[in-house]
Design a protein around this ligand. Structure first.
Ligand SMILES: N[C@@H](CCC(=O)N[C@@H](CS)C(=O)NCC(=O)O)C(=O)O
Length: 280
């Protein structure tokens, strides 16, 4: 598969690079960013943390705003940040161009409804096509963990829980934990999956946790001044199920922090160290 390099910048002794490539599952060109820690230049195969961003984001938000490079370089972790949806002139979008559905809002699922099914196959892209590409093209190992923010926190939790042998650890900032019960999830799931709610449960962390017999280590960070906390994110729903099932979630709520990358940048080092405990 051929990759086109769009840019590169040296940072924290390693490299930040952006690439585009033709995606066979999304049936369009996709862009991703990668941080290659300095250990790669020394011939070491490093593990990979996949970062899934939230609504309106591209591969660039995390890389520019999270401040993750120094810690990732110190720990020897490669970070891959994919785009949040397929893109292009023929890719279907929200009718009104809203920010919470369509472009920039792929919800990390495989759409089954026309016209979205033709391109919106983000679940297969993140779990299969992208890691195969990364492991073939870069000097990385097949040890992976997954993290994300908001819609990307939902993506990290659902993808991690559905693929326990593929991801060593899972973490999330301000995740949408129960999308089948909140407005962002209703809009996305009815558009991408249709009205048969049995298909919705496959992409809901609460439903997946109810079905799980064991889970990987999970860390969740939540700001208590987050404007989406009570109507979209609803972390207590996941905490209640974890308590019923006897699972320990490493959950921390923080006074005063909002939904932005200011919050993520304040605690990203903690999440990188958490993943390093299972990756390196
Ligand atoms: N645009 C929306 C909010 C979108 C939003 O907060 N997106 C988050 C993820 S859910 C984000 O990371 N935005 C990009 C950024 O902060 O760089 C609004 O104004 O209500």
């Amino acid at each position: 598969m051929s990759l086109t390099k769009l840019s590169e910048n040296k940072v924290a002794g390693g490299w930040h690079q952006r690439f585009s490539h033709q995606s066979s599952v999304n049936n369009c060109e996709m862009t991703f960013a990668i941080f290659l820690p300095p250990q790669i230049a020394q011939g070491q195969k490093v593990p990979v943390l996949y970062w899934l961003s939230g609504l309106t984001c591209t591969d660039e938000n995390f890389m520019q705003k999270a401040g993750a490079f120094k810690k990732a370089a110190e720990l020897g972790i490669c970070i891959v940040a994919p785009d949040t949806s397929p893109r292009g002139n023929d890719v279907a979008d929200d009718k009104e161009g809203a920010y919470d559905f369509g472009l920039g809002a792929g919800f990390y699922l495989n759409a089954i409804q026309a016209p979205f099914a033709q391109h919106y196959q983000m679940y297969s892209y993140i779990t299969q096509e992208l890691p195969e590409l990364i492991e073939a093209e870069f000097n990385v190992s097949d040890k992976r963990s997954i993290s994300g923010h908001s819609m990307g926190g939902h993506g990290a939790l659902t993808i991690g829980l559905k693929n326990p042998t593929s991801y060593q650890s899972i973490s999330a900032f301000s995740p949408i934990v129960n999308p089948t019960q909140v407005p962002w999830g209703h809009k996305a799931f009815s558009g991408y999956l249709g009205e048969d709610k049995t298909t919705w449960a496959e992409y809901d962390s609460c439903e997946l946790l109810k079905q799980a017999s064991s889970i990987q280590p999970i860390m969740i960070e939540q700001g208590l001044a987050d404007q989406f906390l009570h109507n979209q994110l609803t972390p207590q729903a996941l905490l209640d199920i974890a308590a019923e099932k006897g699972f320990t979630l490493n959950y921390t709520a923080h006074e005063g922090y909002d939904h932005s990358y200011f919050f993520i940048s304040s605690f990203i080092d903690k999440h990188l160290a958490f993943h390093a405990g299972y990756l390196v």
